[in-house]
Ligand binder design. Structure first.
Ligand SMILES: Cc1cc2nc3c(=O)[nH]c(=O)nc-3n(C[C@H](O)[C@H](O)[C@H](O)COP(=O)(O)O)c2cc1C
Length: 187
């Protein structure tokens, strides 16, 4: 698929089939991810790939984190949360390293990891996969971060849900860049 076709054709695809995605394909996505720019070449992205039963373990932790915050929710709500990671056969959690040297700026690490996420979404699009970037309160929860191997003060910026699309999304017009752009030109 041509690059501009992938960029313009990408949309969040929340409805994907349960069919497993081959590891080789997931690795292609990760390889695309690490082509992203990153200041000082610190490679600040961390990926945790959850498939199969691994998603149930994430669901358990998400439900537990919800219980910490809202202990009075009905059991049915916790059961729903526990099942959320099962919405796609692959969930890639993306964390960001804290700056390891004084010259490294945290926001720039976050930017680099976000660029890696976008590379994954575009690569998924090019490979005919459906993908959706999700976060929610769980992305800010220390219990969830700990399960994924991240420190409490590390940013967890994405849960990328990926699988084969259940259906083709209708093309969608997005607002243009014009009202978000000023041009500064010489006279
Ligand atoms: C940082 C970030 C977090 C997001 N978190 C969620 C989320 O928790 N739930 C959700 O439904 N979509 C989430 N999205 C997806 C956006 O809702 C989606 O990109 C937006 O609606 C535009 O649609 P599009 O991706 O089809 O262009 C997130 C996107 C980004 C960049």
């Amino acid at each position: 698929m041509e690059l501009f076709e992938a960029i313009h054709g990408r949309q969040s695809q929340g409805k994907v089939k349960p069919d497993a995605v081959p590891r080789e394909t997931i690795e292609k996505l990760l390889s695309a991810a690490v082509q992203a720019p990153n200041h000082y070449k610190v490679r600040p992205w961390r990926f945790v790939v959850l498939t199969g039963e691994g998603r149930n373990r994430l669901g358990d932790v998400m439900a537990a984190s919800q219980r910490d915050r809202q202990p009075d929710l009905p059991q049915v709500a916790f059961d729903k949360i526990r099942s959320l990671p099962l919405r796609a056969p692959v969930v890639i959690a993306v964390g960001v390293d804290k700056p390891s040297e004084e010259k490294v700026v945290e926001i720039e690490n976050v930017c680099a990891a976000a660029a890696a996420c976008q590379n994954i979404l575009l690569a998924a699009q090019a490979l005919g996969l459906g993908a959706k970037w999700r976060t929610g309160e769980w992305a800010r929860d220390p219990k969830v971060k700990e399960f994924l191997g991240f420190a409490p003060d590390q940013h967890l910026i994405a849960f990328l849900y990926i699988g084969y699309p259940e259906f083709t999304l209708e093309p969608r017009e997005r607002p243009s860049f014009e009202d978000r752009t000023v041009w500064v030109e010489g006279k």
